[in-house]
Design a protein around this ligand. Structure first.
Ligand code: NAP
Length: 474
């Protein structure tokens, strides 16, 4: 269902009306449009706190973009990068209000990895105080910190946890511009794992993700990870459940766009739609009810016979069966847990026992913000989606061979599921986030494609919310 209010407020008459009535004025988000589109265009301002560890990696990544790199003058830590200016690293920019006012930045990036205690958090203020006002529409703020779990001293851990509160608040302040803010917590010596995440979070592909802390580790695999940036999943086989429509269809299309051969699974009753999606993307349909006793074996047999194994599994199929607990029929409870949670575990178990997940494989689960916050009338659904988070966090510690597992937690996404909501609940769902609008299925799909990228091997055990920074949940 399309968001008429979003369209209306972006007409000149609508703009006047919402401003005089003080109503939310969401901006149409910039999304990724064409295969050869660079991940970033426009001016980028890069700064650093004391002893930055990621500056060289960031500079390399940014130089491979279509953006023009500007380096914040000031802190000693940037001297080296600033002196590289003449060799083409970037133009030095004084951080005073007057100089900055001559620029409009598409991205503001701060390397805060070296902050050693809370007094050094001052680098956040020094870098962003004047520059934040120069952030462009649909711009990006990225803070790179150190994973607090890897910090030995409490003072250092506190400082790096503080970055989370900072980024979440910045996301709320810049959301009205359609802009987003993220925090990448990189483990010591894992700076070379930043590339896929920096590219994703600076690009229009992450349009509906904001206020998220992401942990990046060293990655378990030593295998080859060089990829074709336009089709990073070339040669990979992916299984997507619930692929006949909605978010699952968008995931199948996006992974196919990125080069994967996609096996599109859905229940037999959806065969017509499933065939259409599979045919459109050069994939293959697989009709199965994932809760059937023999489903995991049948799926594994199919993947083994047709492809000799599998690289990517996306557990997307899910249902809601809402009722307050005292009125909930037994089968509402049972089927919601069975489809949304137990089936995922059973399929993964079968694939793992038969050693069908290939080296550097990717498992992605679809949770929900209801899994964080709970929801009236959704005890069954919220339990299943919180269970997904627990499953991902535990599995991430056990998987070997470079295989990663992560989850997305969508908020309000424009699908048949949300179109069926009563109008007042639907409107509230759409507006109660920093971007004041619902997301699109493709926003969830792009986040999953980032997890699946072979270069995302250091991204493991994360649950990233695709919710426009919803006010619901943590
Ligand atoms: P959807 O349009 O209802 O699509 C889900 C698909 O999964 C349907 O085709 C469905 O088939 C299929 N499915 C259901 N039970 C199955 C089973 N036993 N075996 C195989 N396939 C089965 O849902 P969606 O809105 O795209 O949501 C996709 C995922 O995102 C779900 O996990 C959902 O919980 C999650 N999510 C969605 C939102 C949102 O705003 N839309 C928000 C948070 C999380 P039938 O329904 O035809 O049986």
């Amino acid at each position: 269902m399309s968001d008429l209010y979003l369209k209306l407020v972006n007409t000149s008459l609508g703009k006047q009306a919402v401003s005089s009535l003080g109503l939310p004025a969401p901006i149409e988000l910039e999304r990724w449009k064409r295969q050869d589109q660079p991940f970033l265009e426009g001016k980028v301002l890069l700064g650093a706190g004391p002893r930055p560890r990621a500056l060289a990696t960031l500079t390399d990544i940014l130089r491979s973009s279509a953006g023009s790199l500007h380096i914040a003058e000031g802190p000693e830590s940037l001297n080296e990068s600033a002196s590289a200016t003449e060799s083409g690293a970037g133009k030095a920019v004084a951080m005073d209000e007057e100089t900055l006012s001559q620029h409009r930045f598409k991205a503001l990036i701060l390397d805060a990895t070296g902050v050693k205690d809370t007094t050094e958090l001052r680098c956040l203020y020094d870098f962003f105080h004047n520059s934040i006002r120069q952030l462009a529409k649909c711009g990006r703020v990225l803070v790179i910190g150190t994973d607090p779990a890897s910090c030995k001293s409490p003072a250092r851990a506190a400082a790096h946890k503080a970055l989370e509160g900072f980024v979440r608040s910045v996301g709320k302040e810049i959301g009205k511009k359609g802009a987003t803010a993220q925090l990448l917590w990189v483990a010591p010596n894992a700076e070379n794992q930043l590339e896929s995440s920096v590219r994703f979070f600076l690009s229009p592909k992450s349009a509906y993700v904001s206020g998220q802390p992401i942990r990046i580790g060293k990655g378990g695999s030593k295998g080859k990870t060089a990829t074709n940036t336009n089709a990073p999943l070339t040669g990979k086989v992916a299984l997507v459940t619930g692929a006949s429509r909605g978010i699952g269809e968008a995931i199948a299309r996006t992974l196919a766009r990125d080069g994967a051969r996609v096996v599109c699974l859905d229940i037999p009753a959806t065969m017509e739609d499933l065939n259409r999606v599979a045919e459109d993307i050069g994939g293959s349909p697989l009709a199965a009810d994932i809760t059937e006793d023999n489903a995991p074996r049948m799926i594994a047999d199919h993947l083994e016979d047709e492809f000799g194994g599998i690289d990517i599994v996306v557990h997307n199929a899910g249902v809601t069966r809402d009722k307050t607990l005292g009125r909930m029929p037994e089968h509402f409870w049972d089927m919601t847990i069975a489809i949304n949670l137990t089936a995922e575990e059973r399929i993964d178990e079968e694939l793992s026992e038969r050693d069908l997940m290939r080296e550097n494989g990717r498992i992605v689960c679809v949770s929900s913000i209801a899994g964080f916050a709970g929801n009236f009338g959704q005890t069954n659904y919220a339990a299943s989606k919180a269970g997904v988070i627990g499953y991902v966090e535990s599995m991430a510690r056990q998987l070997k061979n470079g295989i990663t597992i992560n989850a997305v937690a969508p908020g309000f996404i424009e699908t048949q599921m949300t179109a069926a909501m009563p109008v007042t609940i639907r409107e509230a769902g759409r507006r109660m986030n920093s971007l004041s609008q619902g997301g699109l299925p493709v926003d969830v799909a792009e986040t999953i494609a980032w997890y699946c990228n072979p270069l995302s091997r250091g991204v493991n055990g994360n649950v990233v919310r695709v919710c426009g920074q919803s006010l619901v949940g943590k």
